[in-house]
Design a protein around this ligand. Structure first.
Ligand SMILES: Nc1ncnc2c1ncn2[C@@H]1O[C@H](COP(=O)(O)OP(=O)(O)OP(=O)(O)O)[C@@H](O)[C@H]1O
Ligand SMILES: [Mg+2]
Length: 237
């Protein structure tokens, strides 16, 4: 199974979500081999993974792959060979204002495309102008992709009710894009956990003696587990 976090708008949590999904307990319990694939020339995850490697952190069932190219054939060959060796692939796609080459490729090749989006007029307009036209093109060529595109409400207030946020998106989303029945709340822990190549679980162990940080880390782990479970459930249905 291949999933991608896609959003042409920058800074919506794609890389953070991709690495945490790859390291979720849920996926580790269900798949023997999980590939975290970064298509981003910025190399956010590549740098993070190098820090993990330097500190010899245990990677469990997760392997990391960075594909940096502007050629469709290079992506295709890369993903094909990763798919031959991995049961589950999580792709991190860059926010792109021009060309949108990585976005197009990821949308075409993924079983599920997850679009982290804030409840803001800016994000909604950017989606309608930049990403939705690509989705429409892909569905035109491949109608079975109709059920592949999901918005994940992102940076939601931790106090907000999950169902009202989901209802809000269901109301405003265009045809063939649904709201995922999960949310990705705003939490300051997501800005700090990944120092020195840590993932959320490692961070939770590092702060276990600090009540406040530890509680935040556990809440974030719960967010991510819920997102990972929702992804496999959506895929099975
Ligand atoms: N749920 C969250 N709550 C608060 N901050 C977050 C959350 N998720 C990510 N962040 C922070 O927001 C910033 C952007 O996150 P991230 O790099 O994951 O976004 P991105 O969509 O991959 O960006 P780009 O489009 O540049 O690749 C980072 O500083 C990250 O630490
Ligand atoms: Mg990113």
């Amino acid at each position: 199974m291949i999933i991608s976090y896609v959003q042409t708008k920058g800074g919506t949590g794609k890389s953070t979500l991709a690495l945490n999904t790859a390291f979720s307990r849920h996926l580790a319990g269900r798949f023997k081999s999980i590939a975290l694939v970064e298509l981003d020339p910025q190399g956010t995850l590549k740098n993070w993974w190098s820090e993990r490697t330097e500190l010899a952190r245990d990677t469990g069932r997760v392997s990391f792959h960075h594909i940096s190219s502007t050629q469709k054939e290079v992506f295709q060959d890369g993903i094909q060979s990763i798919a031959a060796h991995n049961q589950f692939i999580v792709m991190d796609i860059p926010g792109e204002s021009t060309g949108k080459l990585h976005t197009r490729f990821a949308c075409a090749v993924s079983d599920l495309v997850i679009i982290p989006m804030r409840t803001s007029t800016n994000d909604e307009t950017a989606f309608a102008d930049n990403l939705y036209p690509i989705i429409k093109d892909i569905i035109k060529v491949e109608p079975k992709k109709k059920n592949a595109f999901f918005v994940l409400p992102a940076f939601t207030y931790p106090q907000s009710k999950k169902q009202s946020i989901i209802d809000y998106f269901q109301d405003i989303l265009p045809p063939n894009v649904s709201c995922m029945p999960a949310i990705y709340p705003h939490r300051s822990v997501y800005e700090n956990f990944n120092r020195e190549g840590s993932n959320l679980h490692e961070y939770a162990r590092q702060v276990q003696n600090n009540k406040r940080y530890s509680r935040q880390a556990l809440c974030a782990i719960e967010d991510v587990e819920d997102i990972a479970q929702t992804i496999t459930r959506m895929w099975e249905n």
